[in-house]
Design a binder for this molecule. Structure first.
Ligand SMILES: NC(=O)c1ccc[n+]([C@@H]2O[C@H](COP(=O)([O-])OP(=O)(O)OC[C@H]3O[C@@H](n4cnc5c(N)ncnc54)[C@H](O)[C@@H]3O)[C@@H](O)[C@H]2O)c1
Length: 204
């Protein structure tokens, strides 16, 4: 594998999950130094036990501003700076029509998927500017581009991720900070199995 990310420092959230773990393993194999962030230290240890590379695990909740600020400072302090942030942590919420959708679940989905990305961007900017620029990638979804009747909160949250991405790209491109969103179609992870099961399908 080429070392095209040699020396780059990346912060990746949702790192113990399907997409996050695969991303950490891939970028570490290409030479990046990674702060791998998720809710639970034991899950992170299990996820990266057998993965090679310069990976530091870090437990944090992306909905807490002090925790997100601290996670960025931890990455910068340990590795000497930050070149990129992948705001990838997310939850699916319930699979119910909007007229039956519980408000507390709506609020949880918006907290993780929107506030989490907002905080991840907010507290990345000064570190990226200190390096003369860098990259922010936010995980949206095809659910951020179109509607799904049983995923109203998830749909709204992923549209909002695209809005945060556009706003940051417009505001900070001139500082050398590229901000992009990825919009994956279904990927075989815990989340997709939960959505399939909630919609009455057979989880694969
Ligand atoms: N799997 C898919 O088909 C699919 C498609 C499009 C977009 N996505 C998005 O990709 C991202 C990753 O999803 P995945 O499929 O790997 O799911 P996953 O459930 O395997 O991983 C999500 C991870 O986020 C973590 N997380 C949840 N809340 C958190 C919080 N408050 N703070 C820190 N970490 C938290 C979870 O512990 C979990 O490890 C999500 O944003 C999801 O919405 C997934």
């Amino acid at each position: 594998m080429s070392e095209r990310l040699d020396g780059k420092v990346l912060v990746i959230t949702g790192a113990a999950g399907g997409i996050g773990r695969a991303t950490v393993a891939r970028v570490a194999s290409e030479g990046a130094k990674v702060l791998a962030v998720d809710l639970n230290a034991a899950d992170l240890s299990a996820a990266f036990n057998d993965v090679e590379g310069d990976i530091m695990i870090h437990a944090a909740d992306v909905t807490g501003e002090a925790q997100v600020e601290h996670m960025m400072k931890t990455a910068a302090g340990h590795f000497g700076g930050i070149d990129g942030v992948f705001n990838n942590a997310g939850i699916e919420g319930a699979t119910q029509p909007i007229e039956e959708y519980p408000l507390d679940v709506y609020e949880q989905v918006m907290a993780v998927n929107v506030k989490g990305v907002f905080l991840g961007i907010k507290h990345a900017i000064s570190h990226l500017r200190a390096r003369g620029g860098g990259a922010i990638v936010n995980t949206a979804s095809t659910a951020g581009l179109r509607g799904s009747p049983l995923l109203p909160a998830y749909n709204a949250s992923k549209h909002a991720v695209i809005g945060l991405t556009r706003s940051t790209a417009e505001g900070h491109g001139r500082h050398g900070i590229r901000t992009n969103a990825v919009c994956p179609a279904p990927i075989h992870t815990r989340m997709m199995r939960a959505i399939e099961s909630g919609m009455g399908g057979t989880p694969t």
